[in-house]
Design a protein around this ligand. Structure first.
Ligand code: SF4
Ligand code: SF4
Length: 268
C-alpha cells in the first residue's frame, strides 16, 4: 500500500494495468484509485488480460494488442471536467460553456434557479424527459436506452445529454431506469386539470400502492407540496429499478423530484 492522495488515499502499489508489487495479484477499479464506473470496467479488462498473460493463457503480443485498444478507450473516458489534467483546477464552466452549478459543488444538489440552464432540461406538451445531468462525465446509457432517440449525447461521451427537440417520448421509462445518476425524470407539466405528473426512480421498500398520499420533496430534500402516487412500475427491463409516478399541483412540476410517504408541511 502507498499513500497516494492523487488516486484517492491509501491504494495498493500497482502499475497502470493493475499488476501489484506481489506477483500474481492484480487490482482494478476503486480499490486501485477512485474513478467512475466505465473506467473501472476497462481497468478490470486490463487487469484481466495481464493476469491471463501471467498465467500463460495469452502470449505477450496478444496482451499488448489488447492493451493498446483498452488504453485508447480509457483515454477517451478520462476527459471532461473531471479529467486528470483538470485535477486541482477551479472549473467554472462545462465543456459547452455553461456556468456550472455551484450549489451542487457546495451543497450536493442543483438549485431550482440553476437547473433551467442545462440542455437536458426543456419544456414541451405531454410526457417528456427532463434530464438533470449537469456535469461532463463519461456516461451515456440514457442515449442508448431511448428507443425513440429523444436523448442525445453525441460522439463525445463527456458531453451533457440534450433532450432532442422533435423526440417523441413514449413514456417507456427506459431512460429513467438506465441512468445510474438518477438524473432523469419524466414530466407531464400540465395534465389539463391543474396537476402535473413526475416519474422518478424509487428505491425504498415497501413500494407504495397506487393512490398513496404523501409529500413531494425538492432537489434539496425538503418538502415542496402534497403528492399522490399514480403508479409504481417494476418490469424486467428496468433491471430492478422501480419507477414511481406521482401527481402534484402543476406549479411544482419542475420542483418536485422525490416522493415521501406521509404528509409534511411544505417549506414553500
Ligand atoms: S421515456 Fe422512453 S421514449 Fe421517453 S425519453 Fe425515456 S427512453 Fe425515450
Ligand atoms: S445516464 Fe444519467 S448520468 Fe449518465 S449521462 Fe445520461 S443523464 Fe447523465
Amino acid at each position: 500500500m502507498e499513500d497516494n492522495p492523487k488516486r484517492g488515499g491509501q491504494v495498493p502499489i500497482c502499475d497502470e494495468y493493475g499488476r501489484t508489487s506481489i506477483p500474481g495479484v492484480f487490482v482494478a477499479g476503486d480499490v486501485s484509485g477512485i474513478e467512475e464506473a466505465s473506467s473501472a470496467m476497462i481497468e478490470g479488462r486490463m487487469a484481466g488480460i495481464v493476469a491471463a498473460e501471467y498465467l500463460g493463457y495469452v502470449d505477450d503480443q496478444e496482451m499488448e494488442d489488447e492493451l493498446e485498444g483498452l488504453d485508447k478507450a480509457l483515454d477517451g473516458l478520462r476527459q471532461g471536467m473531471f479529467a486528470p489534467k483538470n485535477r486541482g483546477k477551479l472549473i467554472e464552466k462545462t465543456e459547452e460553456g455553461i456556468d456550472i452549478s455551484t450549489n451542487l459543488l457546495k451543497k450536493g444538489y442543483v438549485s431550482d434557479d440553476e437547473i433551467e440552464r442545462f440542455p437536458g432540461v426543456t419544456h414541451k406538451k405531454g410526457v417528456h424527459p427532463v434530464i438533470e445531468c449537469t456535469q461532463n462525465i463519461p456516461c451515456n446509457p440514457c442515449q442508448d436506452a431511448c428507443p425513440k432517440k429523444c436523448i442525445s449525447i453525441g460522439e463525445n461521451i463527456t458531453s451533457l445529454p440534450i433532450a432532442v427537440a422533435d423526440g417523441e417520448c413514449i413514456n417507456c421509462g427506459m431512460c429513467v431506469a438506465s441512468c445510474s445518476g438518477q438524473a432523469i425524470f419524466l414530466v407531464d407539466e400540465d395534465c389539463g386539470d391543474g396537476t402535473a405528473t413526475v416519474t422518478l426512480p424509487y428505491e425504498f421498500l415497501p413500494l407504495p400502492e397506487d393512490g398513496t398520499k404523501g409529500t413531494a420533496l425538492g432537489r434539496d430534500g425538503h418538502p415542496v407540496c402534497e403528492a399522490t402516487v399514480v403508479s409504481v412500475k417494476s418490469v424486467k427491463a428496468f433491471d430492478k429499478t422501480n419507477l414511481l409516478t406521482m401527481r402534484v399541483p402543476k406549479e411544482y412540476a419542475m420542483k418536485a423530484r422525490f416522493f415521501k410517504v406521509g404528509t409534511e408541511e411544505a417549506a414553500i
